[in-house]
Design a protein around this ligand. Structure first.
Ligand SMILES: Cc1cc2nc3c(=O)[nH]c(=O)nc-3n(C[C@H](O)[C@H](O)[C@H](O)COP(=O)(O)O)c2cc1C
Length: 169
């Protein structure tokens, strides 16, 4: 898929067919995450891959907007390593770039995915840290819930010329 087509047609998919996702597709998705830009090229991300349905249920119980999780195949918890990027703002931006790359790669491969926020909601990050046994220096930034699509969504044109401010506001 052409890169602009991928960007313009990507949508959050919250219904999944239950068909498996191949290891080859998953590797391509991770590779896309690793290729994201990062401040000072610090690449401070770590990806925790969850496929265990019991863990899905545990997370879905506490996450108010991740009720689609038990129907998905894979949950990628995108984490940031505070030891690799000490400025939290930059750490979150780096990991967010990785998440977007992952979403676009998933879409390009014909998979469905949705970004579910974690940071800075303490109640959620605490729970994820426990479920995934994360060390203290690792912040769970967001999760990508992934699977074979169980719904199709139309693209929406969001171009808004009123939000373009040339040479200043
Ligand atoms: C930081 C962030 C957190 C999000 N958290 C959730 C979430 O918890 N649950 C969910 O279903 N969607 C979540 N989304 C997806 C947005 O709802 C979605 O991107 C937005 O409605 C636009 O729709 P689209 O992705 O189909 O273009 C999140 C997106 C971002 C960027």
């Amino acid at each position: 898929m052409d890169v602009l087509e991928a960007i313009y047609t990507r949508r959050s998919i919250r219904k999944f067919s239950g068909e498996p996702v191949s290891d080859q597709d998953l590797e391509a998705v991770f590779r896309a995450g690793f290729h994201a830009p990062s401040a000072h090229n610090g690449q401070p991300w770590e990806f925790v891959i969850i496929k265990d349905k019991n863990k899905f249920d545990e997370i879905a119980k506490v996450h108010p907007y991740a009720k689609m999780l038990p129907q998905a195949e894979v949950c990628i918890i995108v984490c940031g390593d505070k030891n690799k990027q000490t400025m939290t703002g930059l750490l979150i931006e780096d990991c967010s770039a990785a998440i977007e790359n992952i979403l676009l790669a998933a879409h390009g491969l014909g998979l469905g995915a949705v970004w579910c926020g974690l940071y800075p909601i303490t109640q959620l990050t605490k729970k994820i840290k426990k479920v995934c046994s994360l060390p203290n220096n690792i912040i769970p930034v967001g999760m990508v819930v992934l699977g074979q699509k169980g719904e199709e969504k139309k693209t929406a044109d969001r171009y808004d010329a009123t939000k373009l401010h040339y040479e200043g506001w």
